[in-house]
Ligand binder design. Structure first.
Ligand code: DMJ
Length: 612
């Protein structure tokens, strides 16, 4: 190498000038010596251990934070909400969303002011009376109309608009909100005009024209049960209950032999049966799995079909979609491509931020269900696998049957929550990427990977000592800029697929539930660190902006502040930090957009009306 460098210098035009110094060898030697030193210093700089392995990311807190500090932290979230909402009110209302860099606006969800509807219950919980009154008078006047041949996306309208109205009604019992919710649901009703009565993608609320492919998407057609059941109960209109029931019946009578008892993404809206075998808990699937447990909880544990479907779905997720990474043993959940003849498809090893709601769901289930005594709920775990003829699924049930199911679900929750958190703690911004690609093996980015349950079985066979695989705390690996550009030293176990942080709530939502369910303050402290990172890297003079890369400091921003940031991200942060527990997980159920609905108390007449 030294020779190469000398050659390079010999052939360089400057060298002739230097050679003219041949009669002054001491000058020449000093010159070459200087050049060599410069090169050696540059080489050293590119390989030396990064100063940033000691990057200023704060250590985990070991001394308990006193309650008054938590109250102050909750107040800081409230101030953040006000900053974001005032920016929206000033520059974008009554359009849908604020562009927090240019002070422009977006009309991406009907143009009815989605940020207002999505924020209503957050304002009530935060005690923001002035903002709420201004929002209320807008809501009262909104015309749920659209120009001909344009369409509302049904799913988004349900979770954001209808969810916001119903939840706020549940909190303050303002009848105007319920009547607006009723009116909106009626205008959307043509969407059910399919042979299966499962919802199409979209509808024009003014003309009733509908739009959407015959092959629907799981999350879009199976995320309305909570909203419609609550609406049915609040209005006494059984027709809404029927809409929710159609979904529940379609799901519980679906032919799931191809997918081992789990619901795939594609659904045929004519036959009401699955169309493919693509399994995921992330995009296009997430909230459908979430609503199985939550519908059971909302209806005060009266609807056994949902409980059974929840246990089937989670059994398949645990036995087939959960993997453990080779180096740091990170537990993660992935999706599988369509299988041919087997129940298990090929894992992609993609891990989505959207899937980070799952640890919270597992924890909520373990907290609220007697998973270690399902017989007391009239459910026989082994029968669930055998009765439906779900292909190879029976193996999974036999496997899980040798564990305490409650404990296993809680381990799954803890391990996944650790990984979701670590994808934040590993980044220089302290914020997590939208998608990662987990390495299935130390040496290769290809391969089957290591199923979590295989590691669990080995751990159990060797005496089940210590913390189960994938569950304990892990150390963050923060790359320097040099390491990032070089592709890193590999200690992270994953590559970043989509580097943006879109102000999403899922990790924060799970940290909040983990904190409430376990009482372990480490989850709450991690939530605080994420909030600090949000303040540091996403705040603009007018609001908060998604960022394009979580690995770059300062991160480049996107001109985008989604309404779910107001509805979910800030609400979960506030509820995590406040010392009160205004929305107890035993008494309320959050819809998928973080709008809480109260667990039912059934009256005798309602039991008759709803066939309970
Ligand atoms: C939210 O709109 C909802 O939580 C939805 O279910 C999926 N995720 C987005 C935010 O990431």
């Amino acid at each position: 190498m030294l020779e190469d460098i000398q050659d390079m210098y010999r052939n360089h035009p400057l060298s002739s000038a230097i050679r003219s110094l041949r009669y002054k060898p001491h000058v020449r030697n000093i010159f070459y010596g200087g050049v060599m030193l410069t090169i050696l210093y540059a080489l050293y700089n590119s390989v030396r251990l990064p100063e940033s392995l000691s990057y200023d990311f704060p250590e985990e807190v070991t001394v308990p934070t006193p309650p008054h500090i938590w109250d102050e932290r909750a107040r800081q979230v409230k101030r953040a909400f006000l900053h974001a909402y005032h920016g929206y009110e000033r520059y974008a209302a009554p359009h849908d969303e604020l562009k927090p860099i240019s002070t422009g606006y977006k009309d991406n969800f009907n143009g009815w002011g989605v940020s207002i509807f999505d924020s209503l219950d957050t304002m009530v919980l935060l005690g923001l009376e002035g903002e709420y009154e201004r929002a209320r008078s807008y809501v009262e006047k909104t015309r749920f109309e659209l120009a001909e041949h344009t369409f509302v996306p049904y799913f988004e309208t349900i979770i954001r608009y209808l969810g916001g109205l119903l939840s706020t009604y549940a909190l303050n019992k303002d009848p105007m909100l319920l009547s607006r919710a009723d009116e909106l649901a009626k205008k959307l009703d043509p969407v059910f005009n399919t042979p299966s009565k499962l919802a199409l993608f979209g509808v024009n609320p003014s003309t009733g024209e509908v739009v959407g492919p015959d092959i629907g998407i799981l999350a879009e057609m199976a995320t309305l049960q909570l909203e419609y059941t609550y609406l049915a109960k609040a209005t006494g209109n059984r027709a809404y209950w029927e809409r929710a029931n159609t979904v529940i019946k379609a799901l519980s009578s679906a032919d799931l032999r191809q997918t081992g008892g789990m619901f795939p993404i594609g659904w045929n809206l004519t036959t009401g049966q699955p169309h493919d075998a693509h399994l995921s808990v992330g995009a296009q699937a997430d909230s459908a799995h979430e609503y199985l447990l939550k519908q059971y909880l909302l209806t005060a544990k009266t609807d056994k079909a949902n409980l059974e479907m929840y246990i089937r779905a989670t059994t398949h997720i645990i036995t087939n979609l959960m993997y453990i990474s080779p180096t740091r043993h990170l537990l993660y959940v992935t999706d599988t491509t369509t299988p041919t003849h087997e129940a298990r498809g090929t894992p992609t090893h993609v891990f989505e931020h959207l899937s980070c709601f799952l640890p919270g769901l597992f924890a909520l289930g373990a907290h609220t269900l007697p998973l270690d005594d399902l017989d007391s709920m009239g459910v026989n775990f082994m029968d669930l696998g055998a009765k439906g003829n779900f292909g190879r699924a029976g193996d999974g049930y036999r496997r899980l049957n040798s564990y305490n199911l409650k404990e296993l679900h809680m381990w799954a929750a803890e391990g996944l929550a650790q990984t979701c958190w670590l994808t934040y703690a590993d980044m220089r911004t302290g914020l997590g990427p939208d998608e990662t690609h987990m390495r299935p093996s130390v040496r290769s980015v290809h391969g089957e990977g290591h199923l979590w349950m295989d590691s669990m079985d080995r751990w159990k066979q060797s005496g089940a000592r210590g913390i189960p695989p994938g569950v304990g705390d892990k150390t963050p690996v923060i790359y320097t800029e040099q390491q990032r550009l070089r592709g890193g030293p590999g200690g992270r176990d994953y590559a970043i697929k989509k580097p943006g942080y879109l102000l999403r709530p899922e990790t924060i939502e799970s940290l909040y539930i983990m904190w409430r369910v376990t009482g372990d303050a480490k989850w709450r402290e991690r939530g605080w660190r994420i909030f600090e990172a949000i303040e540091r890297h996403t705040k603009t003079p007018y609001g908060y902006a998604s960022i394009k890369s979580v690995e770059v400091v300062p991160p480049p921003k996107d001109d985008d502040m989604p309404s779910y940031f107001l509805a979910e991200t800030l609400k979960y942060l506030y509820l995590m930090f406040t010392n009160d527990d205004p929305i107890s997980l035993d008494k309320w159920v959050f819809n998928t957009e973080a709008h809480p609905l109260p667990v039912f108390e059934w009256s005798q007449e309602e039991k008759v009306l709803f066939n309970i």
